[in-house]
Design a protein around this ligand. Structure first.
Ligand code: AP5
Length: 221
């Protein structure tokens, strides 16, 4: 179904650059960037009950249980700003989540436009995750080497403090990659079978990957 909406899913391993790319595309195409990771990090920062539950999984690199994530997305996709489309970043991450998403969208009388797989090799991903720094205040993403801030440890955008996500520690990275291989990578075949899969090279310069993504979104409009 092509109803003129940009209902996009971003697939790809941790560190492929999903968050980095989604921020610019969301602005350019005027559709919300819905990141389940960002939603959980905001809840953890606010020390809510959901945040405490999420932390018990996330910091060690485990996935949060399907029913918890599905409820969050169900609620988010009811909101008015999603009517023209969205970029789902980090959801779905398991086959049951993908099946629930299909069901939800049918219920809303719409469907996905594409599942875009951001591909990057494991050595690239590990280098990116180990050097990533994130602003505690506004969530902006940096890299110590690839995208350093102008002043060390300080966010260029809001002056907030940059920190290393606990799940970017070496042992948590290792575990996240295992979780990805075990539970998430199967979604590539899932969306291929639905005829929705598009692949982009995400192991290259940020601007080059962005241009490939922009072409796909323009094509889908
Ligand atoms: P989430 O925040 O979604 O983590 P992720 O999928 O592991 O993705 P990342 O944020 O690590 O990577 P990214 O691809 O966005 O890369 P980024 O742009 O930052 O989820 C966190 C946790 O929440 C999960 O582990 C899980 O526990 C839980 N969770 C979330 N959703 C869930 C769900 N649906 N079900 C169950 N649990 C769920 O880039 C990485 C680094 O590389 C940055 O430093 C960046 O500056 C740099 N970089 C990016 N692009 C380039 C480039 N082209 N060249 C050079 N450097 C680059």
């Amino acid at each position: 179904m092509n109803d003129g909406k940009l209902n996009i899913v971003f697939l790809g391993p941790p560190g492929a650059g999903k968050g980095t790319q989604a921020v610019g595309l969301s602005r350019e195409f005027n559709i919300p960037h819905i990141s389940t990771g960002d939603i959980f990090r905001a809840e953890m920062k606010a020390e809510t009950e959901l945040g405490r539950l999420a932390r018990s999984y996330i910091d060690d690199g485990n996935l949060v249980p399907d029913d918890v994530v599905i409820k969050i997305i169900e609620r988010r996709l009811q909101q008015e700003d999603t009517r023209g489309g969205y970029i789902l970043d980090g959801f779905p991450r398991t086959i049951p989540q993908a099946e629930e998403l299909d069901k939800m969208l049918r219920g809303l009388g719409t469907a996905l436009s594409a599942a875009i797989y951001l591909e990057a090799a494991e050595d690239v991903i590990i280098q990116r995750l180990s050097g990533r720094r994130v602003c505690r205040q506004c969530g902006a993403i940096y890299h110590l080497v690839n995208m350093p801030p102008a002043r060390e440890g300080i966010c260029d955008k809001c002056g907030g403090e940059l920190y290393q996500r606990p799940d970017d520690r070496p042992e948590a990275i290792r575990h996240r990659l295992e979780e990805y291989a075990r539970k998430t990578a199967g979604l590539i075949q899932y969306y291929q079978a639905e005829g929705l899969l598009r692949k982009v090279d995400a192991g290259i310069e940020k601007e080059k990957t962005y241009a490939l993504l922009r072409d796909i979104l323009n094509d889908l409009k």
